[in-house]
Design a protein around this ligand. Structure first.
Ligand code: HEC
Length: 154
């Protein structure tokens, strides 16, 4: 009986654990972290068309300062906004992405990658197919983090 119950618990709990691990909740208060310059991509053919800001927690900022060498747990969040034509302010937020250094994520270079909608809810993007390829190509020599300390206000 006990055995059966634990099997049932496992079967029901497992998908929950897996999906929670795939996309953790966005960290609270990340908007108070070290913030990058306002970055704007005006090429409409680019995936990054729009305005974005990068936020680095304490560990991640130290990692940037060390020339992109990041300690376990370092967390980086990027917020994306639409461009408001003819205005210097930002349009509505359209996406949030996160990277957290996690040695268990071997298939994505030791980083957890996760995507969120404007509401902060996980958007279920595939970290291997959607995220890692690009980061691997552009930042294979920088621990897969493309931005550098130069992107931050100091
Ligand atoms: C088409 C290539 C591409 C894809 C796909 C991509 N990224 Fe990026 N990502 C970039 C570039 C380029 C930057 C640097 C932006 C800058 O310098 O302002 C970046 C920056 C980031 C950063 C800030 C840290 C860094 O590396 O500079 C995070 C976090 C991030 N991306 C997460 C993700 C996640 C999560 C996904 C998948 C949902 C994803 N990215 C998909 C190209 C990509």
């Amino acid at each position: 009986m006990f055995k059966l119950m634990s099997v049932a618990v496992l079967i029901f709990a497992l998908p929950l654990i897996v999906s929670a691990a795939a996309s953790p909740a966005l960290p609270k208060g990340y908007q108070t972290w070290q913030k990058s310059e306002r970055k704007i991509v005006t090429d409409k053919n680019s995936l990054f068309y729009g305005v974005h800001y990068i936020y680095a927690d304490k560990k991640a900022f130290k990692g940037y300062q060390a020339g992109n060498r990041f300690a376990e747990g370092s967390t980086i969040v990027v917020e994306y906004f639409n461009i408001k034509e003819g205005s210097s302010s930002d349009g509505p937020k359209n996406m949030v992405v996160l990277m957290r250094k996690d040695k268990h994520r071997k298939e994505t270079g030791g980083w957890l990658f996760a995507g969120y909608g404007a509401d902060g809810k996980p958007s279920g993007m595939d970290p291997v197919g959607t995220c890692f390829g690009c980061h691997q190509k552009d930042a294979g020599q920088r621990e897969f983090v493309i931005s550098t300390i130069k992107d931050f206000k100091r």
